[in-house]
Design a protein around this ligand. Structure first.
Ligand SMILES: Cc1cc2nc3c(=O)[nH]c(=O)nc-3n(C[C@H](O)[C@H](O)[C@H](O)COP(=O)(O)OP(=O)(O)OC[C@H]3O[C@@H](n4cnc5c(N)ncnc54)[C@H](O)[C@@H]3O)c2cc1C
Length: 296
């Protein structure tokens, strides 16, 4: 695990609801892309109002830690939209929303601002026999969808469904000869997300799923029923789909609400992950059902 220091090279608005920040410099040239379309990094932001006072954590065997006596840098997860080994740049596309360290930082970003990031990881992993893929996301997953599409071989028929707040948030996607793109408006914290309905409509119960891969990302609670639909209704093997919660409504009070649960309930939920299993998707379904019932 490496932690890199980079600086903002350029900032440019993409749409009414997204800003592209290009990072360069520092030790970024050492950054090695996995090449996976949805690869993401943890970004480490300045801890206070001084945008140049960045207290980076140090790598450990299992992740990272803040050196003793130093302030903790707020961390958020973002997709690498593009990597240019020459001249050593990466692009990150930030959703503009009203609250949040990351969104606020991006909205005010200026060339020269420092930021930290770790090494990237990707989750998109279609089996070799895939001939059809379905990509469904809200705004937060749009950068990953665009990069996945850019890297998709021509023979893979690709259905793209994107939920963005409004027409002004739509953006041009990389061309692909066998892609069909649908934009829907809503969700993204502005109104209830329709991600679950969009996936179940694209893949109804009687679907022929031979050679199909589904990747979906966006509002976490909206995607819980999607995992269930894919696994329990369609009986899809976990190698055939990836459901990734990208953001949590009310995340600023989530830890407080979690800690307010009786200790026995928290212990019971944590124990779910410790039991031996050969199917993490099923454990996730049980865990997420419990969280939903507890209002989390
Ligand atoms: C693997 C992965 C890749 C991601 N890639 C991207 C990406 O490329 N671009 C991107 O913009 N986001 C991406 N995200 C989502 C991003 O990490 C979250 O949106 C994050 O919470 C934003 O941090 P923040 O500091 O702005 O807001 P936070 O401090 O985390 O949250 C503050 C408040 O804002 C709300 N909030 C957070 N995000 C949103 C949102 N998108 N819309 C509306 N309300 C929100 C929260 O519910 C909370 O109430 C990704 C997440 C993951 C897990």
């Amino acid at each position: 695990m490496e932690i890199y220091r980079a600086v903002v090279a350029r900032v440019r608005p993409l749409t009414a609801s997204m800003i592209r920040v290009t990072l360069t410099g520092g030790d970024l040239p050492a950054f090695t892309s996995t090449g996976v379309g949805d690869e993401y990094v943890r970004l480490f932001f300045p801890h206070g109002p001084d945008r140049h006072d960045l207290s980076l954590p140090v790598p450990t065997e299992s992740g990272w830690e803040t050196p003793e006596g130093r302030p903790t840098a707020p961390m958020r997860t973002y997709t690498i939209r593009a990597v240019r080994p020459e001249p050593g740049e990466i692009d990150i596309d930030f959703v503009v929303h009203e609250h949040g360290v990351a969104a606020g930082w991006a909205a005010a970003a200026q060339p020269g601002d420092p930021i930290g990031l770790n090494a990237p990881t990707g989750l998109y992993d279609p089996p070799e026999d895939v001939v059809r893929q379905i990509l469904v996301a809200d705004l937060t997953g749009l950068p990953a969808v665009a990069r996945i599409l850019e890297n998709t071989p021509e023979h893979i028929a690709t259905r793209v469904i994107l939920e963005v707040p409004d027409k002004a948030s739509e953006q041009a996607l990389p061309a692909h000869p066998r892609a069909r793109v649908t934009w829907t408006h809503g969700g993204n914290g502005h109104s209830p997300s329709r991600l679950a309905e969009l996936v179940t409509t694209a893949l109804p119960g009687e679907s022929d799923l031979t050679g199909t891969y589904l990747w979906t990302a966006g509002e976490t609670t909206a995607l819980r029923s999607v995992r269930k639909h894919l696994r329990r209704t369609l009986g899809l093997d976990s190698s055939r789909f990836k459901v990734v919660g990208y953001w949590v409504p009310g995340s600023d009070t989530w830890t407080e609400r979690w800690e307010a649960l009786p200790a026995t309930v928290r212990a019971e939920l944590e124990a779910l992950w410790e039991a031996p299993t050969d199917d993490l998707e099923d454990v996730t379904i049980v865990y997420e059902d419990r969280l939903s019932n507890l209002g989390l």
